[in-house]
Ligand binder design. Structure first.
Ligand SMILES: Nc1ncnc2c1ncn2[C@@H]1O[C@H](COP(=O)(O)OP(=O)(O)OP(=O)(O)O)[C@@H](O)[C@H]1O
Ligand SMILES: [Mg+2]
Length: 254
């Protein structure tokens, strides 16, 4: 694909009228999609006691982009993900998602924003132990005031997609690690979030389930133009993503 002597490849970043623009898809022959920043993190710092965990992170992720974050244990990957996902506060810097600067929102508005726009898949599943798989998936929809019947139908659809229809009534302690992980993914997706933050989403899956899950992320991006930020130690998954960000010792190491 070439515009006025510029050759553009998928994943490349360029500017049109000073707006940073991202080519999120060039897979279908000459058809191409460009998009704008969905996530913008500026000069994020975070300290826990005497430990400076994030030392000024700048990161932009385009709409519909799938980005992986890799790096050694303790590099600050989870902390950065939690800050971008509004679950943890930075000491300084700002995060903007879909044009909304998160620092400017009240706690109430921030939790509504999170519920509607952001899905999480945690490193450890964090399902609620007293609820069934189906209920766990439904909870974010119910919090978002979706009607019970609609939430249940959507949750069942997602569980089916994850190959878990026959586990809907199981509680987390009656599920395998991989099954729990897939329930967590279904829960992250139920409100059709614009952005999904995933922390080691396939860590506890076997090869088949892992590949299924990875395929699902790309399918969702293609269908719904969802944006994914995935922390992973899985080199294969990282190699499939549009861009890999390397973190080391609280900085981005490019
Ligand atoms: N709530 C906390 N209180 C104190 N220290 C913390 C807290 N959360 C994280 N840390 C420390 O901050 C550093 C970065 O942690 P973080 O969880 O972001 O690393 P990570 O890159 O996700 O590592 P891993 O690959 O092992 O998951 C670590 O040294 C960790 O011990
Ligand atoms: Mg981590």
């Amino acid at each position: 694909m070439s515009i006025a002597n510029i050759t553009i490849k998928s994943g490349e970043i360029f500017k049109i009228n000073y707006l940073r623009t991202f080519v999120s898809s060039l897979r279908k022959g000459e058809e191409w999609i460009i998009s704008y920043d969905m996530i913008k993190a500026e000069n994020i710092t975070k300290r826990f006691g005497s430990l400076q965990v994030l030392k000024g992170i700048d990161l932009e992720v385009g709409e519909g982009e799938i980005v992986s974050i890799v790096g050694p244990s303790g590099a600050g990957k989870t902390t950065l993900l939690l800050i971008m996902g509004t679950l943890e506060k930075a000491d300084s810097g700002r995060v903007t998602i879909d044009g909304q600067e998160l620092n400017l929102l009240s706690e109430k508005k921030l939790s509504d924003f999170r519920n509607k726009n952001i899905g999480f898949v945690f490193q450890f599943h964090q399902l609620l132990p007293e609820f069934t798989a189906l209920e766990n998936v439904m909870i974010p929809a119910l919090i978002g005031n979706v009607k019970h019947t609609r939430a249940e139908a959507k949750a069942r659809e997602l569980l089916q997609m994850m190959g878990l229809s026959d586990r809907a009534t199981h509680k987390p302690n009656e599920l395998s690690g991989g099954e729990k992980q897939r329930v967590a993914v279904a829960r992250a997706l139920i409100n059709d979030p614009r952005v999904v933050f995933a922390d080691e989403p396939s860590g506890s899956l076997d090869t088949n389930n892992k590949e299924e899950l990875h395929r699902l992320f790309f399918e969702l991006r293609d269908k719904l133009n969802q944006t994914f930020v995935i922390v992973t130690h899985d080199e294969h998954l990282a190699s499939l993503t549009d861009r890999t960000i390397h973190m080391r010792d609280g900085i981005i190491d490019d």
